[in-house]
Design a protein around this ligand. Structure first.
Ligand code: ADP
Ligand code: MG
Ligand code: MG
Ligand code: MG
Length: 703
């Protein structure tokens, strides 16, 4: 999210009257973009990561590690600083940008300008991330640390877990029994989002994560830390009335989910067709990478039996009414909606022949009036379904000053456009595993795809490894016309499996068996992007021409972004049973290969790297990234989630009762920081030659 300017947000009772207005104008705004930019061609690969941090305040005397709620002050220091760097450095340095996030203890950073597809840029990602972390660190108090950690283990415990300490009794937006109002970014958008989700739903959100039952966990486990007797909001009796399940960790507020940190990547495609193809190809990769990056087994002072954040966030913004959730017959609402607005992708969108209609096999309700309008305007069936499916949701935050907008100038009813304020928008409050991002108006930015499932990793070495891996995989997909399609119902099942304890090593995932297109469809990669007209001087940007298969055999030092459409197979379109196309594979098989029958994603990426002009030291760096991922997949390195669970269970103060005490949490936070900096080794999760973030201070000295 960009900078959020102030306005007057409407409470839900008022906002809902404008829902149709916003939807109608949101579609007009989308169509305006579509008309202007649907034929935009030849954009180069620009891409970027988003990394989220928690600021932890260490109280050594009391052995307590708590969340520092100083986001506003810290950003006030970091944001002007980055413009200063901007002014003082040569333009080849990517100047970091820091953004606010939902949690008042969170920071988000992005490279100030996107990376290109040059090998040099790929190899700058890690030091770019490190630079950002060190910059943030430098502007914290001496007892504060920035950690890239998915879920804070003691968020919402009784007692002190924030600095300054706050009382949940004043949780006016969330009505939470556990999280104080002050946990939320004070910008009016965030408390309004929180309150309006709760009011639209008709009750507080309710998340129940299965508890990890240890040797001495009382059974049934009835959580003694839930303040059942508190009756501040008499209209919210849910915990008492059964919203809190036994043997579960109960969470009742948006902050538990939106207060998590993750690693996201956005890629610019050559054109809208390629963006749609890439979006689809990455849909089945989403749950696989979620399981492989799993890093959040500790919640509200307990060990959970899940490893990932996803379902917590989905539950934390689930604004569906009882009618929409299927608990009551439809009366006030139009649709029964199977999923939260934060959940996995429901529809593939590419028009390529590989995308068989059978793959969209789940119940994905869509607004038929909007669908008809899009079709009449000339949009194809698949994109019309995608958009009209997103538009079954209501806009949650509407600012009274921003209801009537110029649909030619603004897209604010469609999506947020940093740095302006988001008045209300449908696209940006549909938080799915992938996001298809149309170009913002009046900007040089093209059609993009965002990959959103990964949990943030403890070190920038790991974050860079996963970021670079996905970029390279995306090139392997596009250059070899790889086909990863499986039915969406199977991707959903994989999302479910990915979150179960130790999924990366104990679970199997549905994956497509045959990922290469028929021989007659492979030929397309042999020609370079000759059929597209470059804009922005793209192909000449670094004095190179895109395309590694241009007939000369010359290897490139720049990733190509434009790919011709995949020719349909001469033998006709596939019409066999979809069920025969996939099988269950282990993580190791998916990533590292399965004998002769499946190549594995890492070998595919290695093969792709072999087509590039990579020099020796560069090759080593790429190899270290792939080794990390390979080792995670084959179990020789643990996932962060497994490591974290074991850290707690082997702590001398642990009582085998599933509780993450203040002392254990303190020692864990200190350990995480030391591991990241390289002053403590963690051979179970990191390669033995990991040097630590302090080894690379870059040009930080000056600032
Ligand atoms: P959001 O929070 O809406 O997902 P952010 O602005 O936080 O978006 O992050 C967007 C990411 O996309 C950043 O890493 C940025 O560097 C990158 N980016 C910026 N411009 C482009 C572009 N033209 N193509 C691809 N990525 C881009
Ligand atoms: Mg962002
Ligand atoms: Mg973010
Ligand atoms: Mg994002």
């Amino acid at each position: 999210m960009g900078l959020l300017s102030l306005g007057t947000p409407l409470p839900w009772a008022d906002a809902k009257q404008y829902a149709d207005h916003v939807r109608q104008h949101g579609i007009t705004q989308f169509l305006n973009i579509w008309d202007r930019l649907k034929d935009r061609q030849g954009d180069e690969l620009l891409w970027g990561d988003e990394i989220e941090y928690m600021v932890i305040s260490l109280d050594e005397e009391n052995k307590n590690a708590v969340l520092s709620l100083r986001q506003t002050e810290i950003l006030a220091k970091l944001q002007p600083l980055t413009s200063e760097i901007d002014a003082n450095t040569d333009s080849s340095v990517s100047v970091p940008t820091f953004h606010p996030e939902y949690g008042r203890y969170m920071l988000e950073s992005t490279p100030g300008s996107p990376y290109t597809g040059s090998i040099r840029d790929l190899l700058s990602v890690e030091s770019n991330m490190r630079y950002r972390r060190n910059l943030a660190r430098k502007h914290l108090k001496p007892n504060e640390i920035p950690i890239t950690f998915t879920s804070f283990p003691r968020l919402g415990v009784p007692g002190v877990f924030t600095e300054p300490p706050c009382d949940p009794a004043d949780a006016t937006s969330s009505h939470s029994l556990f999280l104080p109002e002050e946990i939320t970014n004070p910008h009016v958008r965030f408390p309004t989002l929180t309150a309006n989700i709760r009011t639209r739903r008709g009750s507080k959100v309710a998340i129940n994560l299965p508890l990890f039952i240890d040797e001495r966990t009382p059974r049934p486990f009835v959580d003694p830390t839930i303040p059942w007797q508190r009756n501040i909001y008499p209209e919210d009796p849910e915990a008492r009335n059964g919203a809190a399940l036994n043997d579960h960790i109960y969470m009742d507020a948006m902050g538990f989910g939106m207060g998590c940190c993750c690693l996201q990547l956005t890629f610019q495609s050559c054109n809208v067709q390629d963006a749609r193809r890439m979006y689809d190809a990455l849909v089945p990769i989403g749950p696989i990478m979620l399981a492989l990056t799993a890093a959040s087994p500790l919640w509200r002072g307990y060990i959970a039996d899940v490893d990932c954040r996803w379902n917590v966030i989905a539950g934390s913004v689930d604004d569906r009414t009882e009618e929409e959730r299927g608990l009551k017959p439809l009366k006030e609402n139009k649709f029964r909606i199977p999923k939260s607005r934060y959940d996995s992708v429901d529809l593939y969108i590419s028009e390529e022949w590989m995308n068989r209609p059978e793959y969209n096999d789940t119940d994905a309700p869509y607004d038929s009036c909007i669908y008809d309008r899009l079709r009449k305007h000339g949009l194809d069936d698949r994109l019309s379904k995608h958009i009209s499916h997103l538009f079954i949701r209501d806009p949650i935050v509407i600012f009274s000053e921003m209801i009537d907008l110029d649909d030619n100038e603004s897209t604010d009813h469609f999506e947020v456009r940093p740095p302006s304020a988001p008045p209300s928008n449908i696209q940006s409050t549909n938080w799915q595993t992938l996001r298809f991002k149309p170009p913002p108006p009046n900007s040089p930015i093209g059609w993009r795809v965002e990959f959103r499932t990964m949990e943030v990793q403890l070190t920038d070495f790991e974050n860079a490894a996963f970021a670079v891996f996905i970029v390279l995989l995306s090139r392997a997909i596009m250059s070899q016309n790889l086909n990863f399609y499986i039915p969406i119902s199977k991707v959903d099942e994989n999302m479910h499996r990915a979150q179960i304890r130790d999924a990366a090593h104990s679970s199997k995932f549905f994956f497509r068996k045959s990922i290469f297109p028929p021989a007659s469809s492979r030929a397309s990669t042999a020609s370079s992007s000759g059929n597209v007209t470059p804009i922005d001087g793209v192909n000449g940007i670094n004095g190179h021409v895109h395309g590694n298969g241009n007939g000369t055999g010359k290897k490139e030092r720049h990733l190509r972004n434009c790919f011709p459409p995949i020719p349909p197979p001469e033998e006709g379109l596939p019409n066999g049973s979809v069920e025969a196309e996939y099988e269950e594979m282990t993580m190791n098989e998916i990533m590292n290969g399965k004998g002769d029958s499946f190549p594995g994603l890492i070998p595919l990426v290695e093969e792709f790297l072999g087509t590039l002009d990579v020099q020796e030291p560069e090759r080593e760096k790429f190899a270290s990234y792939l080794n990390l991922i390979r080792s995670r997949a084959n179990g020789s390195l643990k996932t962060p989630a497994t490591w974290l669970r074991e850290f707690v269970r082997s702590h001398p103060a642990y009582k085998f009762d599933s509780v993450v005490s203040q002392e254990i949490n303190y020692d864990l936070m200190v350990a995480l920081d030391e591991i990241e900096r390289g002053v403590r080794s963690a051979p179970d999760v990191l390669p033995s030659d990991y040097k630590g973030g302090e080894a690379d201070q870059g040009s930080l000295e000056k600032y």
